[in-house]
Design a protein around this ligand. Structure first.
Ligand code: TRP
Length: 465
């Protein structure tokens, strides 16, 4: 995306070269650590089946309509998320306060990237491990202590986090589209194929059916207000919605491209990758007699055991962590883009300065996460360590709140003509369904789930649960 210094992008210059390019960019932002690292461990911690079912319902009933709303607002505003929300708010309701939604998103992106980059750093470290054959014939305990040795050292975590932030800022400083489109075009299919290979390994070598039962048999006795909120948060996190990132990408979407078609493609791709990750990991967990609830270490403590056993395991292991790092890279770009677009369009900074400035702040924030695994591991409050709190605050609170406001804006504040015109799918059943989801289902679901969590189950009791 070429960056005009200010104002509305009117010419074709700066728009995605094709519909496929847009789908790839949004899919590149959606598919990342959220699918392959966060989804499996969160499902493991929250009891499996029932959590997965609630997550899937949230993806379809809340996530999809909100993603469509983000794209439509982005394309209508054609600016960074802060100014898009401000201008659309002025157009539709004569108020600039909606810019706060954009600002909250920018802040959310800062916080998410600060821990995201640390975890992406683990993947970088594991590339080296895989390549050097460190997983070969290691027991599950040995692999687990390798992970603890890594997280126990703030120097090593700091090194990889620094490298990953430099990689991210470097791409963003150059302008997002160059190279990225090409990279995603090759890497996404490669990731899909490798996930299928890993699932194939789990089918033949793991306790596959036990993994399937864990992931898909809902045990509703495990559903607490917390589990429901975490499932909702996972849906927001994995789809990259609720913070204006998709809005920032939508700003570059040409007129006349179908929003439903493109968002649906992204949602399906994202969900398939997450489920495949679960199907690859849990059969191995059970085959080695491990527990599914391993917190954030799950992926890094389980898959390497399999790589150490399978034929050509160091090739697959290296390739897997390379692809994971790439998936994280294309997502991290989406996390920082709203802030960079805002600073370049509004504050007159060059793209390069903005990217390095924002990246520097996020890099520094990342040390809260790094230290929470070692030096400050005893500092716990609310949800646990600093890292646990950052995840909870962003995924489970900020993104749902942002998404709620986006749905309310697109469904209630924006007039029907505007949204119908922008979605460009007529005013028939399809449009009516979107509008119903955006006006009622998504906002009510988010409000009830947050309220239920905050009151320790008041809504569940009211509904007779
Ligand atoms: N969806 C990304 C993942 O699954 C993480 C993410 C959350 C994100 N919000 C975002 C990425 C905004 C880009 C933009 O890994």
């Amino acid at each position: 995306m070429a960056e005009p210094a200010t104002g509305k992008r009117t010419s074709l210059q700066g728009l995605w070269s094709s519909r496929l390019a847009f789908v790839l960019a949004v899919a590149g932002s959606a598919v990342g650590l959220g699918n392959i690292w966060k989804f499996p461990y969160t499902a493991g911690d929250n009891g499996g089946g029932a959590f997965v079912l609630i997550y899937l319902v949230c993806v379809v009933a809340v996530g999809l309509p909100i993603m469509m709303a983000e794209v439509l607002l982005g394309r209508r505003g054609r600016r960074n998320p802060v100014d898009t929300m401000r201008i659309l708010g002025e157009e539709e309701a004569n108020t600039a306060v909606w810019r706060l939604v954009g600002l909250m998103g920018v802040g959310g992106g800062f916080l998410i990237l600060s821990f995201y980059s640390v975890v992406a750093g683990w993947a970088l470290d594991y590339i080296v491990k895989g390549f050097s054959g460190a997983f070969n014939a290691k027991s599950a305990e040995e692999i687990a202590s390798m992970f603890q040795a890594l997280t126990g050292s703030w120097v090593r975590l700091g090194f990889w986090h620094t490298l990953f932030m430099v990689m991210t800022v470097w791409v963003v400083a150059r302008g997002v589209e160059r190279g990225l489109e090409q990279a995603v075009r090759i890497l996404m299919p490669a990731l899909l194929i490798l996930m299928l290979v890993l699932v194939g390994y789990s089918i033949t070598q793991g306790h596959f059916m036990q993994g399937v039962h864990f992931l898909f048999d809902p045990d509703f006795s495990k559903v607490t207000p917390d589990v429901v909120l975490v499932a909702l948060g996972q849906a927001f996190f994995t789809l990259s919605i609720g913070m204006g990132a998709v809005m920032a990408y939508g700003a570059y979407l040409p007129e006349g491209t179908s929003i439903v078609g493109t968002t649906l493609a992204v949602v399906i791709a994202d969900t398939v990758i997450a489920l495949l990750a679960g199907l690859a990991i849990f059969p191995i967990v059970f085959a080695y007699g491990l527990q599914p609830a391993q917190e954030e270490g799950l992926l890094f403590m389980v898959l390497p055991v399999a790589f150490g056993q399978m034929p050509a395991g160091s090739v697959f292991g290296t390739l897997f962590f390379v692809l994971l790092a790439f998936a994280a890279w294309t997502s991290s770009i989406g996390l920082i883009e709203p802030a960079v677009a805002y600073l370049t369009e509004r504050k007159g900074m060059t793209r390069r300065t903005a990217a390095w400035a924002v990246g520097g702040i996020i890099w520094a924030l990342g040390f809260a996460t790094i230290l929470s695994f070692n030096v400050l591991s005893d500092v716990t409050f609310w949800r646990g360590t600093l890292f646990d709190n950052l995840i909870h605050l962003t995924s489970n609170i900020m993104l749902p709140l942002g998404g709620l406001l986006i749905a309310v804006f697109a469904g209630w504040i924006m007039c029907r003509n505007s949204s119908a015109e922008e979605l460009d799918m007529g005013t028939g059943t399809l449009y009516q369904t979107w509008r119903f989801l955006a006006r009622y289902v998504a906002p009510v679901a988010v409000i009830l789930i947050l309220l239920n969590f905050a009151t320790g189950g008041w809504v569940t009791r009211l509904l007779g649960g």
